[in-house]
Design a protein around this ligand. Structure first.
Ligand code: 5GP
Length: 187
């Protein structure tokens, strides 16, 4: 395997996808692995761009066919997974790959692939995260509560990561993460 595997995690609402989108634009030779999910598509999302939106049956079929590098029930009855084939194809072709996945998925991969580089994005404070999630207005009250509970759990696992970056200011965060990845790629 020649390319580097970079894993970006952090609580829902912390700004991961904005950061990742910028990294892809700014760093050559970095490929984003689009995950599969059973979560319903949001209005601003596109199938095959943001996620592969699958039914539960389709997702289970992918599990049975051993097509996932990892998958997790991130939220109750909502599955997310990284498709194996393309990730390894890219890495074998010397292309660096970035995954944006939850803490459990990330730590599972790290168990088997010690060379994976783990980056955790944390909010400046829990209150700040809560405000961001409320303002994003993509979740029902119940789902918001679930996301905040999951956020506490994810924050409690951040010490397992190789790098922790606090997202105080988006532009600064992007350049910090960019520098981390650029250094790792050139290592
Ligand atoms: P959202 O529903 O807000 O798009 O994503 C919820 C969470 O699912 C994110 O915080 C993200 O880290 C996680 N996630 C997205 N894709 C994957 C994946 O392929 N595997 C795992 N384990 N988690 C994922």
């Amino acid at each position: 395997m020649k390319g580097k595997l970079i894993i970006l995690s952090g609580p829902s609402g912390v700004g991961k996808s904005t950061i990742r989108t910028e990294l892809i634009k700014q760093l050559p030779n970095l490929w984003y692995s689009i995950s599969a999910t059973t979560r319903p598509k949001r209005d601003n999302e596109q199938n095959g761009i943001d996620y592969y939106f699958l039914t539960k049956e389709e997702f289970v079929k992918q599990i049975e066919n051993n097509n996932f590098l990892e998958y997790e029930e991130v939220y109750k009855d909502t599955y997310y997974g990284t498709l194996k084939q393309t990730v390894f194809d890219k890495l074998n072709n010397n292309i660096n790959v970035i995954l944006e996945i939850d803490v459990n998925g990330a730590l599972n991969i790290k168990k088997n692939l010690k060379e994976a580089i783990l980056i955790f994005i944390e909010p400046p404070s829990f209150e700040n995260l809560k405000t961001r999630l409320i303002n994003r207005d993509t979740e029902s009250e119940e789902k918001l509560k679930e996301r905040l509970e999951k956020a506490s759990y994810e924050l409690s696992k951040k010490h397992h990561y190789d790098y922790i970056v606090t997202n105080d200011d988006l532009t600064t965060t992007i350049s910090k993460v960019k520098e981390i990845i650029a250094n790792e790629i050139n290592n």
